[in-house]
Design a protein around this ligand. Structure first.
Ligand SMILES: [Zn+2]
Ligand SMILES: [Zn+2]
Length: 255
């Protein structure tokens, strides 16, 4: 099982998971055309995708959703409340609904969606489990609840959020209401909060940590890395590789 973040940040998010016979995307937040281009750049044909999972309806997660489903006839998995609200996903026969906390299966992967706190209709994170272990994806969360921590335990790879540096957000150009939104309980995790979440998820099987959804305005990759390395350097349970998701190009494959 391996992962590649195709795009990550406030302007668009999508990641690819590959496991045995299965290739799926989590979110399609860049245009279908750009997604196809990035897939091609890592040697993957869009036609070979089996499914698309959606975390929530913000544009930076669904921008390419409709075109991609229409072009590929791709199965798309949506939380029930979201499926009923999103008007134009494409072909209705492609839409599969799921409920928070209820596992569903795509080929050889068992997927568990779990509720997160974020200012959208019914946002979720996912774990994906297969023969080669479990990976966890949780970006766009205001707070890391106990449920989030429980669900993300014992993953071999994690995609976590380090959205902003608290001081850069405080002193930066965002208007006050937006600053409040970002740092609120339904906004995004700071570097420090992302590091604290990671601290609760360390175990000997953890191989890779992707840091995602970094703000281009309120963060720098080095600050996110420093916060996470501060956590990792204080323990000797595991020594995961840390990779940073970028807005404009895919990461390397990992895990
Ligand atoms: Zn969002
Ligand atoms: Zn987002």
């Amino acid at each position: 099982m391996r992962i590649c973040l195709l795009a990550s940040g406030s302007k668009g998010n999508s990641l690819l998971v590959e496991s045995g016979q299965t290739r799926l995307l989590v979110d399609a937040g860049i245009s279908a055309r750009e997604l196809r281009k990035r897939l091609a750049s890592i040697g993957v044909e869009a036609e070979s995708l089996n499914a698309l999972l959606i975390t929530h309806e913000h544009t930076d997660h669904v921008r390419g959703l409709g075109p991609l489903v229409r072009q590929l006839g791709l199965s798309v998995y949506l939380q029930t409340d979201l499926a009923r609200k999103l008007p134009d996903v494409g072909k209705s026969e492609c839409v599969h609904e799921f409920a928070d906390g209820e596992d569903f299966i795509v080929n050889d992967l068992t997927i568990r969606p779990f509720a997160i706190t974020h200012d959208s209709l019914a946002p979720v994170g996912f774990t994906l489990s297969g023969e080669q272990g479990k990976i966890g994806v949780a970006t766009d969360l205001g707070v890391a609840t106990r449920l989030v921590v429980e669900c993300l335990r014992e993953c071999r790879a994690l995609v976590l959020e380090t959205n902003h540096d608290e001081e850069m957000l405080r002193d930066g150009p965002y208007p006050w209401f937006l600053k409040q939104r970002v740092r609120g309980n339904h906004g995004h995790l700071s570097n420090i909060a992302g590091g604290s979440l990671l601290q609760n998820l360390l175990w000997e099987g953890l191989e890779t940590v992707f840091l995602g959804h970094l703000s281009e305005t309120n963060n720098r990759p080095k600050l996110a890395l420093d916060a996470v390395n501060h956590v990792l350097n204080k323990q000797n349970v595991c020594a995961p590789e840390v990779l940073i998701g970028r807005q404009n190009l895919p990461t390397m494959w990992a895990a």
